[in-house]
Structures are given as structure tokens and as C-alpha cells.
Design a protein around this ligand. Structure first.
Ligand SMILES: O=P(O)(O)OC[C@H]1O[C@H](OP(=O)(O)OP(=O)(O)O)[C@H](O)[C@@H]1O
Ligand SMILES: Nc1ncnc2[nH]cnc12
Length: 182
């Protein structure tokens, strides 16, 4: 009989694939590169397993995934396939065609403007918001405000990694799952 490895053990194993880069993209920032886990086929398989385990708790509860550019785009479709829901992009200004609504934000090492296409979200849609990393929470907060402005109801958020000392989740008014936190 096949044994199922508990979610927590899988997450502990995933940690080994994250690489750390001091002083990137600016002096004083320790960049934790979750994208590096994709450089290992075992990292990809492990992540797929973990996202499948997480999806088991969310199936039927969300209508749509809002995925944040850039790195959120890579991980969200794995969840979408598990949950059988579509993904809509929350992108950096200038990257989405057609009419958009926008919101400026500040993140750990910079600032920007996020955009969502008008009519990409229907009123009352239950949204699952996905990104790779939570630091100050500036990015996810701006994305969530945009989604709410467009009529969506955020019922869950997920990041692969959270930087706890910055307490970014305090800025968010929806439940957050972070696979790895430190
Ligand atoms: O919690 P915060 O302080 O807002 O930081 C988190 C954000 O920082 C990174 O964004 P970046 O714009 O560097 O994204 P990318 O590398 O995915 O393009 C990351 O992908 C998160 O979106
Ligand atoms: N320290 C960090 N490592 C990786 N991604 C980030 N996004 C914001 N801060 C980050």
C-alpha cells in the first residue's frame, strides 16, 4: 500500500531547494529565491505534491486564482489544475492589454504599480490569491485591494515563503497560508 508523507514533512524537505542571495537586489536585502527549487526535478515534484495536499482543503471553495506577476505566475497554474479553476493575472503596470485598474505599492526593496484587467473578475467571485513571497505585505495588500475593487471576495492567500520579522500578514484581511516561514 502506498504511504502518504505528511504535508509538514514534505514542506521541510522543500526548504533545501531554496537558495539565499545576500545583498540582492539591493545592499542589506537577503533574497530568498524560491524559484531555485524549479532547478531540481525533485523540487518540482515535491512542490506539486505539496500543492496537491493544500488543494485538498480548498477544493470547491474558490472560483478563481489571482496570480501575481512574476513568480506567482509560475506556481498558480499548478494549484489551478488541482482545483479545476481558472487563473487571472495581477500584473505590473504596462504588461496587460486593454483597460485596467491600477494601484501603487511599496515592497521590501522598491515600489511599483499593479494592474488588473477590467472585467477579469466578476462580482462576488471567490478569489484565491497566490504569490511566491510575503515580506512587507505591500504587494499582496495592493493586489487584494485591486481585486476587491473589481468585485472579488478574497477567501484565501498563499505564498511559498514568508519573512516573519516584517509581519506582512498583519496588513492582509484574509487568511494566509505560507508553506515556508522564517
Ligand atoms: O511583501 P512585499 O514586501 O511586497 O514583497 C513581496 C513581493 O516581492 C517580490 O516581488 P518582485 O516585484 O520582486 O517580483 P518578481 O520577482 O516576482 O517579479 C515577490 O515576488 C513578492 O511579490
Ligand atoms: N527577501 C526576499 N526574498 C525573496 N523575495 C522577496 N520579495 C520581497 N522580499 C524578498
Amino acid at each position: 500500500m502506498a504511504s502518504t508523507i505528511p504535508l509538514e514533512d514534505n514542506i521541510n524537505m522543500l526548504q533545501q531547494y531554496v537558495e539565499y542571495f545576500p545583498d540582492f537586489p539591493k545592499p542589506g536585502i537577503l533574497y530568498k529565491d524560491v524559484l531555485s527549487l524549479l532547478s531540481h526535478i525533485d523540487g518540482i515534484k515535491l512542490l506539486e505534491k505539496i500543492l496537491k495536499q493544500i488543494s485538498d482543503q480548498l477544493r470547491g471553495k474558490v472560483d478563481c486564482i489571482a496570480m501575481l506577476e512574476t513568480r506567482g505566475f509560475i506556481f498558480a497554474p499548478i494549484l489551478a489544475l488541482q482545483l479545476n479553476v481558472p487563473c487571472i493575472p495581477v500584473s505590473k503596470k504596462g504588461n496587460l492589454p486593454g483597460p485596467v485598474i491600477e494601484m501603487s505599492y511599496i515592497l521590501e526593496y522598491g515600489e511599483g504599480i499593479l494592474t488588473v484587467q477590467l472585467n477579469s473578475i466578476t462580482k462576488g467571485q471567490k478569489i484565491f490569491i497566490v504569490d511566491d513571497f510575503l515580506a512587507t505585505g505591500g504587494t499582496l495588500e495592493a493586489a487584494s485591494k485591486l481585486i476587491e475593487k473589481a468585485g472579488g471576495e478574497i477567501i484565501q492567500g498563499l505564498v511559498l515563503m514568508e519573512k516573519l520579522e516584517l509581519e506582512g500578514r498583519k496588513r492582509l484581511n484574509f487568511p494566509m497560508i505560507s508553506l515556508m516561514s522564517e
